[in-house]
Ligand binder design. Structure first.
Ligand SMILES: [Zn+2]
Ligand SMILES: [Zn+2]
Length: 134
């Protein structure tokens, strides 16, 4: 099975994962918006045994929201979101933006679109530029 590599922005944390993801969730819930600082979280799910750290796992910090099944892992140096384990350790949740390459995904879902803020709705109507706007 081909693998994909991924990393944080500073490059301290690197990992590889089999490129055959079960699911991708593009989640616009309030918690994902806050935890990413962006319009939605883009998370891929895969069996834990299909994933391994290559370097920097000691630099990974995990925040667990008290009383909720919500967590986030990030590089302590640069703050990039990095993969984390689900509650029972059977799955890894991989933020898609950290991957180098195109993930192969069986099923994709947008969810909690009812909580999507207006500034991240109807983005096809916002002027798009290949680089900086002129
Ligand atoms: Zn980093
Ligand atoms: Zn969410």
């Amino acid at each position: 099975m081909p693998k994909l590599k991924g990393s944080c922005l500073c490059g301290k944390v690197t990992f590889e994962v089999v490129n055959a993801f079960d699911k991708m969730f593009l989640c616009s819930c309030d918690q994902c918006r806050q935890i990413t600082g962006s319009a939605f979280a883009s998370n891929l799910f895969i069996a834990a045994e299909a994933f391994n750290w290559l370097a920097g796992s000691d630099d990974v910090v995990t925040y667990q929201m008290p009383g909720r099944d919500i967590s986030k892992s990030f590089c302590r140096v640069c703050g990039s979101g990095v993969p984390w384990s689900n509650g029972d350790g059977t799955k890894m949740i991989v933020p898609a933006g950290g991957l180098q390459g195109e993930p192969e995904v069986a099923d994709k879902f947008r969810m909690f679109v009812a909580e999507q803020p207006s500034w991240s709705s109807n983005l096809d109507q916002v002027a798009a530029h290949r680089g900086f706007p002129p």
